[in-house]
Design a protein around this ligand. Structure first.
Ligand SMILES: Cc1cc2nc3c(=O)[nH]c(=O)nc-3n(C[C@H](O)[C@H](O)[C@H](O)COP(=O)(O)OP(=O)(O)OC[C@H]3O[C@@H](n4cnc5c(N)ncnc54)[C@H](O)[C@@H]3O)c2cc1C
Length: 500
């Protein structure tokens, strides 16, 4: 495939053609571009993103303290060593991604401030037509591509999810969602309530607590937290020995992945023991007098929701110092001065932060049509959480919940590159995934088993997601440890792939 100019389109704007169009310049999109340049040399591609620059999640989120809750040895790419402390700030992650772009000459492939509005597949041309708007000029632009690589992430970047509570309009203070943190927000000396107890709350609170009069974390129910030093001993040791950074990266990745696999397995085989260990980590900072049972003991077993990491216990230290506190209760309504809780208690605040999550965003809020028919994504069945029945020439990156997202972005990239090379070698222009005869009676289930994993944004958006079957081929197994072996072994000539 080559970068050929397309014939003049019916519309006024010029059309550019690329072999591959990547949606999104976050960690997945930049990784996709790296793999394309290294594994599919000569393939023309463009990456579109509506933001002003690369980074996705790490550019959108600007609240104080924003950092990863995965270690960067595994959240970083397989191919680019991470050389500092494992939990990283957004700024460090952006710097790391910037280096990948610079070192591999990717900048020229990226078009920022391009919002994609629609994507239409034509079976007669075996092409995608992608309509975007340039946000800097308002100009419509059109691209055609043979293959669409969806790296749009999983939530809407334009706004976070804020439930509607009665009386919100009466509150005289400021209501802020962390996804839209005003850079000039003055919280010094202010009373702040943070609604929610996920990773965002645990990151934000220690970052602002010293400056605020007080921060109260209000949660409906507790979350599991995992404490530990923000350092990896073996990495520091190897560095002292002047071992090559590429080796350190690989060794530390293997160590972390091994430990994570043990931890995940234990969360299922001995959940009570894991639970006690996690609670002991919290108790070590808050002391035996603290009502851990009330504020830090979730109703679910470990790993049914993502476990928030608290490096060096900073969030718990803020509580121990009295700069922050936790209230486990429910909101009855907002009042002029703060919150009325269901227990009858009231909380006063100058600023209320709604760390209440995301709007699930399937397919980048892009209107898809296939041969003129609107695509109903939820009618499709997923092939290994990355391709879908009825959607030709398209791959989708959806990472892991219990392991770093990028581990899967790298695996999906290897698969896509292999698929593109296979199509080039066989002279085929279209690939579909299809149920095999033995799959025809397979039960079709919701995208994810809620018994297994059930964060709010997924539960709220489950009806928008594709269905899964009961075989590994037809689901996103969330299991890095099997996928890392299964993906490279996938037979691209198997009956689940139809080529034309
Ligand atoms: C605060 C926060 C912390 C997180 N920490 C971790 C962590 O530590 N470990 C982990 O594994 N996961 C973490 N996650 C999950 C995280 O989102 C992913 O791991 C990862 O960053 C996703 O990368 P991505 O490139 O797939 O998507 P995103 O980072 O969401 O980037 C998608 C990009 O696509 C663009 N885009 C989408 N639709 C369109 C469109 N229609 N037109 C043009 N552009 C479009 C967006 O502008 C965006 O730049 C975190 C999430 C959040 C919100």
């Amino acid at each position: 495939m080559t970068d050929t100019a397309m014939p003049a389109p019916m519309t006024a704007q010029p059309t550019e053609h690329f072999d591959v169009l990547i949606v999104g310049a976050g960690i997945s999109g930049v990784g996709a571009a790296y793999h394309l340049t290294h594994q599919c040399r000569g393939t023309s591609f463009v990456m579109l993103d509506e933001q002003q620059s690369f980074g996705g999640t790490w550019r959108t989120h600007r609240y104080p303290g924003i950092r990863s809750d995965s270690d960067l040895y595994t959240f970083g790419y397989r191919f680019k060593p991470w050389t500092s402390a494992p939990i990283a700030t957004a700024e460090e992650i952006l710097r790391y991604m910037g280096e990948v772009i610079d070192d591999n000459g990717l900048a020229g492939h990226i078009r920022y401030r391009h919002r994609i509005a629609s994507a239409s597949w034509s079976s007669s041309d075996n092409l995608w037509s992608i309509d975007a708007v340039r946000l800097d000029t308002g100009e419509p632009v059109r691209f055609t591509a043979n293959f669409l690589w969806m790296c749009q992430g999983y939530y809407r970047h334009s706004e976070g999810y804020t439930p509607q509570w009665s009386g919100m309009d009466q509150f005289r203070g400021i209501i802020v969602h962390p996804q839209k943190w005003p850079q000039d927000l003055d919280y010094a000396g202010k009373r702040v309530i943070v609604i929610g107890s996920g990773a965002t709350a645990a990151t934000l609170i220690p970052a602002i607590a010293e400056d605020c009069a007080h921060v109260t974390m209000l949660q409906r129910s507790p979350t599991f937290f995992r404490t530990g030093r923000n350092a990896i001993e073996i990495a520091d040791e190897l560095r002292k020995l002047q071992v090559d950074e590429a080796w350190i990266h690989e060794i530390v990745r293997r160590k972390i992945l091994y430990e994570q696999s043990v931890f995940t397995r234990r969360s299922f085989t001995e959940p009570q023991k894991v639970k006690e260990e996690l609670l002991a980590g919290v108790r070590a900072y808050l002391g035996s007098e603290y009502p851990i049972e009330r504020d830090f003991t979730p109703r679910y077993r470990p790993w049914r929701q993502r476990i928030a990491v608290v490096p060096d216990g900073d969030f718990l230290q803020a509580i121990a110092r009295g700069k922050a506190s936790v209230v486990t209760d429910e909101i009855e309504s907002f009042t002029e001065t703060g919150l009325q809780l269901k227990s009858g208690k009231t909380l006063d605040a100058d600023i209320i932060v709604t760390a209440t999550g995301f709007h699930l965003n399937v397919l980048g809020d892009i209107d898809f049509t296939i041969d003129g028919e609107p695509l109903v994504f939820s009618d499709t069945v997923t092939y290994r959480g990355m391709m879908f029945t009825g959607i030709p020439n398209m791959a989708w990156v959806f990472g892991y919940f219990r392991a770093s997202w990028t581990l899967r972005a790298d695996l999906v990239a290897d698969f896509v590159c292999r698929l593109l090379k296979h199509m080039k070698a066989t002279g085929t222009r279209r690939v579909d995934v299809q149920l095999r005869p033995e799959d025809r009676d397979m039960p079709l289930l919701p995208w994810i088993d809620q018994e297994n994993f059930n964060p709010g944004y997924l539960v709220r958006g489950m009806h928008l997601l594709p269905r899964r079957g009961d075989k590994p081929e037809w689901q996103h197994t969330q299991d890095y440890w099997t996928e890392k072996d299964e993906f490279p072994a996938m037979d691209l000539t198997g009956p689940e792939f139809a080529y034309r």
